[in-house]
Design a protein around this ligand. Sequence first.
Ligand SMILES: [Zn+2]
Length: 151
Amino acid sequence: MKQYVNDEIEKKREYTRNYYYKNREKVLKIREEYRKNNKEKISLSASLRRLSDPNRFEKNRIHHRNWASNNKEKISEKNKRWRDENKEKRNANAKLRYAINSAKIMRPNICSQCNVECKPHGHHEDYNKPLNVIWLCQACHSRKSPRTVEV
Ligand SMILES: [Zn+2]
């Protein structure tokens, strides 16, 4: 039974393939039309498909790792640019980290905004005052600043 089903599927696939090769132009045109008219539907169903894939994190990680190993220069360039553009931020975070490690500052164990128990991030309103931070959980912090930097 299973073999039969597989054969049927294979046959169908073969047929679709042949049809595609013979009518490529036509198929592509129809597809393009369909895409144009159903942009929202397509992006929704594509994202639903991605979200319903239980291996999506693993796949994503592999994909990213492959991309990263082929784009080492791009990455180190990007990192360097980020470091240059975020000197103040890095300085402030380094000073804060040092203060925490040397027990000059105590990191609380709750978020000061939503009171959830966590290891909150120190959020700087002003990088010139590195020890002046608001303690926020990851969720509250990412709502505050688009990029979260762990301290
Ligand atoms: Zn919070």
